[in-house]
Ligand binder design. Sequence first.
Ligand code: DX5
Ligand code: ZN
Length: 217
Amino acid sequence: MIKVAPSILSADYVNLQRDIEKVDKGGAEVLHIDIMDGQFVPALSYGPGWVKAIRPITDMTLDVHMMVQSPERFVDQFADAGADIIGVHVEATPHIHRALQMIKNKGVKAEVVINPGTPVSAITPVLYMVDQVLVMTVNPGFGGQKFLPETVKKIAELNEIKKSEGLDFDIEIDGGVNEHTVVGAYQAGATVAVAGSYVFDADDPVSRIKAIKDATK
Ligand code: DX5
Ligand code: ZN
């Protein structure tokens, strides 16, 4: 069964604590926090202050997805704010190895992220040092987009490398995830599913978490 990571990008910001407690009690293991800088992606979202505010109200794993150019600039701030996992895009820095090292040096789990247009080969040199790989299943920047099925073969490719090299990282998917799209990704080796609009746009977010889990039993 896949772990579910609701993305607060689609939550109700004026009732954020209520929404977070709902998904926490509803069985989600991870809370996904999307950081957008208006440069790497067009939109702006929020910064380390939000992670700091959320930290005391939940024990869920806080998964910070940095859609930020030169993410090294902010790694320490997100680590100090209480992130459990920090994800950096390989496309956002010429120094991905250094960025991952910085995350690990703060005692935080390190995640490398690849866009739909980026091959797995772009990250093979750093796979030995990561706790999680995030395979974007949409182009990053917005919630509510359609899942790109061609990304699934990259999940399978990563899963092969994981087995053949004896590595131990989680494989996360993000974008357009619902009870249908999650199935192929799970079969290919995904272990964590981010879901934003599918969970928070529903009248009953908990039923959506359950639907994703039931589809991957
Ligand atoms: C997209 C973000 C996602 C987003 C997913 O750039 O990284 O985490 O919240 O939203 P849905 O699940 O609605 O596609
Ligand atoms: Zn995300």
